[in-house]
Design a binder for this molecule. Sequence first.
Ligand code: ATP
Ligand code: MG
Length: 426
Amino acid sequence: MRYQKPKGTLDILPGESQKWQYVENVAQQIFSKYQYQEIRTPIFEQYEVFARSSGDTSDIVSKEMYDFEDKGGRRLALRPEGTAGVVRSYVENKLFGPEHNNPYKVWYHGPMFRYERPQSGRQRQFHQIGVEALGSDAPEMDVETISMALNFLNELGLKDYKVVLNTLGDVQTRKNYHQALLDYLTPLKEQLSADSQIRLMKNPLRILDSKEAQDQKLVADAPSILDYLTDAAKKHFQVVTNLLDQIGVAYEIDANMVRGLDYYNHTIFEIMVTSPAFDNREMTVIAGGRYNGLVAQLGGPDISGVGFGLGLERLMLLLEQANNNLPEFLGPDIYLVDVNDADSAAVSKLLTQLRQAGISAERDYLHKKVKGQFKQANRLHAKFTLTIGDEELATKKAQLKRMADGSEFTVDLTDLSGILQQIKKG
Ligand code: ATP
Ligand code: MG
């Protein structure tokens, strides 16, 4: 039996994982400047949490979800996205209460699961970083969310992106537009894809998001939601675009852009990149928007929210392509070479002391000869070696060797701080 990882999953091996840690650290640093704190919610939730929030007819729920029954007969699902779990937690823990910050700003990172056809930048287990700000209706909050996303990309050295905006308006807007879309698409029903013919009855807005060429052709001439905005919705969007203009964020408006999930309204946005990393196709790296009805839909008060989700695999492909100098794992500061087995305990003791003092230190575990140990120290890119044998233990003096230039320093084995000082000098 040859075991293989499940289709659509990836092992993130050492070498690669440092890059992930780096990106997660940058996210943490940037987001905390905007006063977002990390939240960690379960990887699985009750099935209904996603069905209620994303909508039963969404692709995510109807086609892509990993749902299952546990041994106690509970219907659960691996999370396909992060927002629903965060909002469930916000409601369950009453984080809207007066003792909590308002808006309540959180970010998360972790694996998400969707049963999709795997390809470059599209997997069945993938990872997202996401942010949610709950409790404010203000268009300023939409703009903060967008500019925080851009700030994050800039910090990673990514600059060739395009910000695409749209508004889905408020409830009345959606109602008016729903009708206009029906009037336009119903006579064209036969030309729509099979999926979109179903969407036409259940949720025609979704047809705008179809990836089928035949649908996209028809959608190109569909009425624009921008012509159906209520005054309030128009005003919200105007403030958003004005603010973006004022802070110098360039954007395009795409009136046909919708989001795959039911819960969005008002401002939605995508940050897209065309890169050789995606065979020069345009790919969405960050997607988000406002979701004012979601908290209420999951049993909470009428509280609005705005956030985004970012696909980490796609981001990693971009970073690799951009060839930015991502940090690599550092080898040990010092490698202790033991001349014979008799010194082993002394070596282990010193090793522990060095590590406790904050130095990264390594030794041989394979009973290699001295020459082999030096070879290993080189392989690991150790900065120093310290050779310990019977003579060194007897005289308490040993040679610390700087691997970069081979220069040697005599150190006193009883003087740990002297050794540390020498190592820290480099
Ligand atoms: P797409 O239209 O590409 O399927 P989506 O609308 O389903 O995207 P969202 O649900 O908005 O995507 O998720 C936000 C981000 O998560 C996407 O922009 C993308 O970067 C990433 N993402 C979504 N699905 C996958 C996947 N299967 N594999 C890798 N990344 C993904
Ligand atoms: Mg998708």
